[in-house]
Design a protein around this ligand. Structure first.
Ligand SMILES: [Zn+2]
Ligand SMILES: [Zn+2]
Length: 163
């Protein structure tokens, strides 16, 4: 893993809201306590390695689930997606299919227009509020051109790029 990868993972983890972290921690500790308090009341009920495995496993799974739900809840917001809808889908579609769907279907993170501050989809060419151009565009048909292109891929017009 490169330094950039680590940084991306760190910033993604920072997206997880505080309530989800607290919930994850509580669940992780509370589930084993419940097992010890209500299931194995006598020392002869189960061998120790079995107890540790069985009590920590569901707690860990629920804790990870809480973190993932928190992540989706926050991440959907910065992508201009319906936060409530996606949070519910992720919780109620079984076998993590909701999560898989979310990662397949999520929109790109919205960006702020450097000129007027309007939050826009990064795939657009122009800011809908102030007409600031986000990418180099073809002078004839206004479709985006990639850096270094000499001719527009859409209409064939000659492109003079500033950079
Ligand atoms: Zn703008
Ligand atoms: Zn063109």
């Amino acid at each position: 893993m490169t330094v950039t990868d680590t940084r991306i993972i760190k910033s993604e983890i920072m997206v997880i809201p505080k309530w989800a972290r607290v919930l994850a921690a509580v669940v992780f500790i509370a589930v084993p306590i419940c097992f010890y308090a209500f299931v194995w009341t006598k020392p002869s009920d189960a061998p120790v390695p079995f107890r540790i495995l069985v009590s920590f496993l569901p707690g860990s799974i629920l804790a990870v689930l809480a973190l993932m739900v928190g992540y989706v809840n926050k991440d959907a917001g910065r992508r201009g997606m319906n936060r409530t809808l996606w949070t519910l889908l992720v919780i109620f579609i079984p076998n993590a299919i909701g999560f898989i769907l979310y990662f397949l279907l999520r929109s790109p993170i919205r960006v702020e227009c450097p000129k007027c501050g309007t939050v826009v989809d990064p795939r657009v060419n122009f800011c809908p509020h102030c007409r600031h151009s986000f990418h180099d565009t073809c002078p004839q048909c206004r479709s985006a051109v990639r850096p270094g292109d000499k001719f527009c891929a859409n209409c064939g017009a000659h492109v003079d790029q500033v950079a």
